[in-house]
Design a binder for this molecule. Structure first.
Ligand code: SAH
Length: 354
């Protein structure tokens, strides 16, 4: 049984099993293989919240499964809906009492969900609310999927893009993220094209290289936020471990292995990384790399002093990059009226509980 993912009660986390593993498991407990297909369909296509909802599965099999397995499903603790742009932010309760947040965003070309990969985060980025109390634990593949399934049920809307840009560092939970991606793109499940999945990282070099070896077709986004290593260190402690050129080289290798265009995220912080010199240095740093820079004025959090670059200045920064032939977009700031930034809703909830 050790090949199956075990949750904290040493039971098999059935929703984290691949289709093949589920089939093996079903055969091992003396049931016919077609039951695996039915179960997988209930879990990952119909996305029901419990075994009770599975109509064509015999009670005896459900009992056998519950003896050996856990079946995760998130409780909705809170939903905040933006009046500006239809963004919805969800606070979910996990089986062990932890809470995580996820975001539903409506775009012209389809709906996106932003999922969390860990409870908290240990990367320490200075402007980010998720990391203030460190990491609590990794999320299981099932717990990452459940964020999407619960949002799909609540909104009744089709979800066509997934971004792993919520709380946590996905590459610090590498195996579970990989399994999550495979489950999400499995033809027996949601069957979401990997081109519609983006993983964002602060830049853990060995794990970027590991990801490149997997030869997936998911998109990689790197949180860059600075045009040289000294500045990056001030904002992101990870820059003490991996130098900026080393990180960019790993990203280039990812591009060579997958052919997927890279995204560099750059949160504009007033007076810190938004000068003309910053724009020029950034252009030089990225010249020749097949990439797009995603600018977003930093979302201020009350625990830190950082202020966002104003819109006019952000446009100037964008123009400067464009003049230097860098592809660049300014990200729409979604859901600013509802604690839009990573980890803000969860923090507020924990503080209110105290
Ligand atoms: N750990 C991953 C993914 C989570 S954060 C990473 O570092 O990429 C998703 C993105 O939001 C990252 O680019 C992160 O740097 C950025 N971010 C976090 N807090 C922010 C804030 N308050 N304002 C603007 N961007 C923020």
């Amino acid at each position: 049984m050790s090949k199956y993912i075990l949750d904290q009660e040493n039971k098999i986390d059935i929703k984290s099993l691949s289709f093949e593993e589920l089939t093996d498991f079903i055969k091992e407990i003396g049931e016919p293989a077609f039951r695996a297909k039915q179960l997988y369909d209930w879990m990952h296509v119909k996305q029901v919240r419990s075994l009770d909802d599975m109509k064509n599965i015999p009670k005896s099999l459900k009992e056998k499964i519950l003896e050996k397995c856990t079946y995760t499903a998130h409780e909705i603790v809170q939903v905040q809906e933006s009046k500006i742009d239809g963004t919805k932010k969800f606070l979910f309760g996990l089986y062990d009492g932890n809470v995580i947040e996820s975001v539903f965003m409506k775009y012209k070309y389809g709906n996106s969900v932003c999922v969390s990969s860990q409870v908290g985060c240990r990367m320490g980025c200075r402007f980010c609310a998720s990391t203030i109390d460190g990491v609590v634990r990794n999320l299981l593949p099932s717990e990452i999927l459940d964020q999407i399934y619960a949002i799909s049920e609540y909104t009744g809307e089709k979800i066509s893009r997934i971004v792993v840009m919520g709380s946590g560092e996905p590459l610090d939970n590498f195996d579970n993220i990989l399994r999550f991606i495979k489950l999400l793109s499995d033809e027996h499940g949601m069957n979401l094209g990997q081109r519609n999945i983006t993983v964002s990282t602060c830049g853990i070099v060995p794990r970027i290289l590991d990801l490149a070896k997997e030869k997936l077709s998911i998109n990689l986004a790197l949180s860059l936020h600075a045009s040289n290593n000294d500045k990056r260190k001030e904002l992101m402690p990870i820059a003490n471990k991996y130098e900026i050129h080393e990180v960019l080289d790993a990203c280039k290798k990812y591009f060579e292995a997958t052919g997927r265009q890279l995204t560099f995220e750059y949160s504009l912080v007033a007076g810190v990384n938004d000068s003309d010199e910053d724009a020029n240095e950034l252009s030089e740093l990225l010249s020749g790399i097949n990439c797009v820079v995603n600018l977003i004025p930093v979302n201020p959090i009350k625990e830190r002093q950082y202020k966002p670059t104003d819109h006019t200045h952000a446009l100037k920064f964008k123009n400067k990059l464009e003049k230097n032939r860098i592809n660049v977009t300014i990200r729409r700031e979604m859901g600013r009226d509802i604690d839009g930034a990573c980890g803000q809703l969860r923090r507020r909830h924990l503080e209110e509980k105290k």
